[in-house]
Ligand binder design. Structure first.
Ligand code: CO8
Length: 267
């Protein structure tokens, strides 16, 4: 794309937000608690979709963690203090809202799972479009072992991604799944020794494509998945009509016919 390269670096208390050209990187930095999601971390994370929207030209966002964990779940010390039903429901809704905000981002989102992705950590990865795991990563929903159930979208996004039977295996055992098994289950898209490096390479491969086509393709998949097929096909046709009105479509097809690389402008 023909855009000026962005450079941005912002330190929050528990995470950093960096922008380099078309890529934004969010790094959880609370390694002393294996990047557990306290309320404060969730509030910081909630700011990311708008921050990204303010950065012109960002097309992909990678989430990763410092240290040996991606995110080891919701903060168990905080959860342990929940005593009434409304507070429990409210905490679940808070995490769900933050993750839905991430799932609704028009940019491509990738979880670079550098280590443990457990409970709320796996639920965050499930709210991303794609998941790249390190060979050392361990993934799971261990909530039942704490006498809990997943509460940040895991009971819903996991079966949608890998099917009900496989999801119930993970949810009911609470076991930690190694990266290679996660790949075989369809829980992650790639496994690499260097999860972040592989996620960046994947982002690069994706963002050479038409930017508007990328966000409309995502929209077609996610809007279509929850409605009956005839309605879902209508959604696809509507978005297909829309994408044919873009300069990127004209440029992409023209470049093909002229046997050259396209120069997409996101218009
Ligand atoms: N919350 C708070 N602190 C944590 C968490 C966590 N999820 N995970 C690790 N820590 C802390 C440890 O307490 C420890 O602190 P300290 O050094 O002060 O004792 C530090 O991080 C390092 O952890 P360990 O010493 O345990 O490291 P190990 O390498 O021995 O073990 C494990 C790593 C296996 C990842 C282990 O830490 C573990 O099992 N962590 C908990 C994983 C888990 O159960 N996650 C699910 C949490 S529940 C959840 O996410 C629910 C989401 C929906 C909530 C809805 C609310 C209603």
């Amino acid at each position: 794309m023909d855009i000026e390269l962005n450079h941005e670096h912002m330190d929050f208390e528990h995470l950093t937000f960096e922008v380099e050209g078309a890529l934004a990187l969010v790094t959880f930095r609370r390694p002393e608690a294996l990047n557990a999601l306290s309320r404060d971390v969730l509030f910081e994370l909630a700011e990311i979709p708008e921050l990204v929207a303010e950065q012109e030209g960002v097309q992909a966002v990678i989430f990763t963690g410092e240290g040996k964990a991606f995110v080891a779940g919701a903060d168990i010390a905080e959860i342990a203090g929940i005593t009434d039903v409304f507070a429990g429901r409210e905490f679940s809704l808070l995490g769900q809202d933050v993750f839905t905000g991430i799932a609704s981002m028009p940019q491509v989102t990738i979880a670079a799972i550098n280590g443990y992705a457990l409970g709320g950590g796996l639920e965050l990865a499930l709210a991303c479009d794609l998941r790249v795991a390190s060979t050392k990563a361990k993934l799971g929903l261990p909530e039942v072992g704490l006498g809990l159930i997943p509460g940040f979208g895991g009971t819903q996004r996991l079966p949608r991604l890998i099917g009900v039977g496989r999801a119930l295996d993970l949810i009911l055992t609470g076991r930690h799944v190694p990266a290679e098994e996660a790949l075989a289950l369809g829980l992650v898209n790639r496994v690499d020794e260097d999860a972040l490096g592989a996620a960046k390479a994947l982002a690069k491969e994706i963002t050479k494509n038409g930017p508007i086509a990328l966000s409309l393709a995502k929209e077609a998949v996610f809007r279509g998945i929850d409605v009956p097929l005839p309605e879902a096909l209508e959604i696809e046709a509507d978005l297909f009509g829309l994408v044919t009105q873009t300069g990127d479509f004209k440029e992409g097809t023209k470049a093909f016919l002229e046997k050259r690389k396209p120069n997409f402008k996101g218009e």
